[in-house]
Design a protein around this ligand. Structure first.
Ligand code: SF4
Ligand code: SF4
Length: 511
């Protein structure tokens, strides 16, 4: 038990955790499905450019989508086989929208391409970060932010504290817990790489006290690896202690204000699964092609599986046997998860859990009542927001006002809705408002770009006109001078040249 001083974060709730069912069995490898559907867009930022086309043979770990733009991350084939198509397929998103995917028919050999460890110790930090970008490593806690952008020492040249997030506060989800128990040494080695990359003075692995086996495993792993300045810290169980800002607050006391970055305060936070992926990427040269996924809820055998990206969710659910009254599939947990449009959607880098639901497990919510302005939601909000104000403005479609109340800082944790006596689905309102704000910003960006293009064209046309007129005037003046010099005495020719010169000069002035 650590004697480290811990701090409280504002708000939070204590939902039923329901984690027991999925920690009874070890992690199992999910088998290869008959078809892998690998979305190109699996992280925050730009959609990777496809590098393969139908008919091509690919090997496991081969780059199939190149990062596009500063915020983007690569995508790789998760087994060897033949590319059947690069086409639109249904995304694991509540919107029901489709996006471009690389569809691979496995050849059954599961053959890796050439893998080479990255000599990261002898590389500069930009080169190492480039390697992480090319390996497709993103935050596996659910945010899928490209890790290379976070793996830096910040303005002061070093971090004071690197936080490794093993809190895993969301109900039902146990993938981090099981990974820490079974693969703790790799997680610690990945954390040590991050410590060296960020020049962090200390590394704190925060784990909620409802995971005693994971805490013991990580303490043993730290000892076994001999890594220094790394400590596994037991923290109280309170949702959402696994939010990055909340965990930073609990472990360091630092409150990262709205609109600022934790690196400005000498702190950065990575998930345990991300630390594992960073070790694999750099020490083994293996890109990110799979992750551990919890399957829980309305199933016969809840369990964690190592799943290749692109595996249809129904194939993974089949391993745990969904019960007949299943009526929904949720990606993530009951607090922050999204309902899937179909069980055919693929497992992606953001899939930490497939929660299978039924009417008995998740009964329909009671009817929404008017807000009584009790303030319970504000007391529960871990990011110090005023949810009832954001709710009024979102509902009235006054999105700018909702933004003024820091809508963008809402982490969609669901604490406000959890405590609301009026049973208002507050998070649904906030997600709706955010999507509207995003759509308007996208529209405005497109309009701004069109206007800039138009103004640039006008400017270019004006410049072309002036240059052309100047050329004409120069040419006419040259002709006039030549004729005068020749002294031909041909008054008619001189007069014609003079007229052309005047005309050109007049045009130039007029334009
Ligand atoms: S908890 Fe619900 S009823 Fe109370 S102020 Fe917030 S939104 Fe209104
Ligand atoms: S969902 Fe947003 S507003 Fe509600 S408690 Fe969480 S952070 Fe606060």
């Amino acid at each position: 038990m650590s004697l480290r001083k811990l701090f409280n974060f504002h708000g939070g709730v204590k939902p039923a955790y329901n984690k027991e069912a999925s920690i009874q069995l070890p992690i199992a490898a999910a088998p290869l499905p008959p078809e892998l559907v690998i979305p190109l867009h699996q992280s925050i930022g730009g959609t990777p450019r496809p590098l393969v086309s139908a008919g091509e043979h690919v090997r496991k770990g081969q780059l199939i989508g190149a990062p596009d733009g500063y915020v983007s991350s690569a995508v790789h084939a998760s087994t060897s086989g033949t590319v059947k198509a690069v086409e639109l397929r249904l995304m694991p998103h509540t919107s029901g929208l489709s996006a471009f995917c690389v569809v691979i028919e496995p050849d059954g050999k599961d053959e890796w391409g050439d893998l080479a460890p990255v000599p990261w110790r002898s590389m500069n930090s930009d080169e190492v970060r480039g390697a992480l970008r090319d390996a497709g490593v993103v935050g596996l806690g659910g945010a899928v932010f490209p890790s290379y952008l976070k793996a830096n020492a910040g303005k002061q040249g070093h971090l004071n504290t690197l936080v490794i997030n093993g809190a895993e506060c969301e109900p039902y989800i146990t993938c981090d817990d099981m990974q820490m128990r079974e693969q703790g040494e790799i997680v610690v080695r990945g954390a040590a790489i991050l410590r060296d990359l960020t020049k962090a003075r200390q590394v704190l692995i925060g784990i909620e006290n409802n995971k005693p086996e994971a805490i013991a495993a990580m303490q043993a792993a730290i000892k076994a690896t001999g890594e220094t300045n790394i400590e596994a810290v037991t923290i109280p169980t309170r949702y959402p202690a696994g939010g990055a800002k909340q965990l930073i607050r609990v472990l360091t006391g630092i409150e990262v204000p709205h609109g600022t970055r934790s690196t400005d305060y000498g702190v950065q936070c990575f998930n345990t699964g991300t630390a594992y992926a960073i070790y694999e990427a750099l020490e083994l040269g293996r890109p990110l092609i799979s992750r551990i996924v919890t399957v829980a809820g309305n199933v016969e055998t809840a369990r964690n599986y190592e799943v290749r990206f692109g595996t249809p969710m129904r194939d993974v659910i089949a391993l745990s046997k969904a019960k007949p009254d299943t009526d929904r599939i949720i990606m993530g947990g009951p607090m922050m998860g999204y309902r899937m449009p179909s069980d055919s959607v693929p497992v992606v880098k953001a899939t930490n859990c497939i929660l299978v639901g039924s009417p008995a497990l998740f009964p329909p919510p009671p009817p929404e009542m008017p807000c009584i302005r009790c303030g319970e939601c504000a007391r529960a909000c871990p990011t110090d927001l005023q949810p009832f104000e954001m709710y009024w403005f979102s509902r009235a479609r006054l999105f700018e006002k909702a933004e003024a109340y820091h809508l963008a800082d809402c982490i969609e944790c669901g604490c406000c809705a959890f405590v609301c006596p009026a049973r208002i689905p507050l998070v649904d309102y906030f997600r709706f408002a955010k999507s509207e704000v995003w759509a308007r910003e996208t529209e405005k960006d497109a309009a701004d770009q069109a206007r800039q293009r138009y103004e640039f064209r006008l400017e270019r046309e004006e410049r072309d006109k002036q240059e052309k007129a100047a050329r004409l005037a120069a040419k006419a003046a040259e002709t006039k001078a030549k004729l005068a010099q020749a002294g031909s005495g041909d008054a008619a020719l001189i007069a014609a040249a003079a007229a052309r010169t005047q005309e050109a000069e007049g045009k130039s002035n007029a334009e």
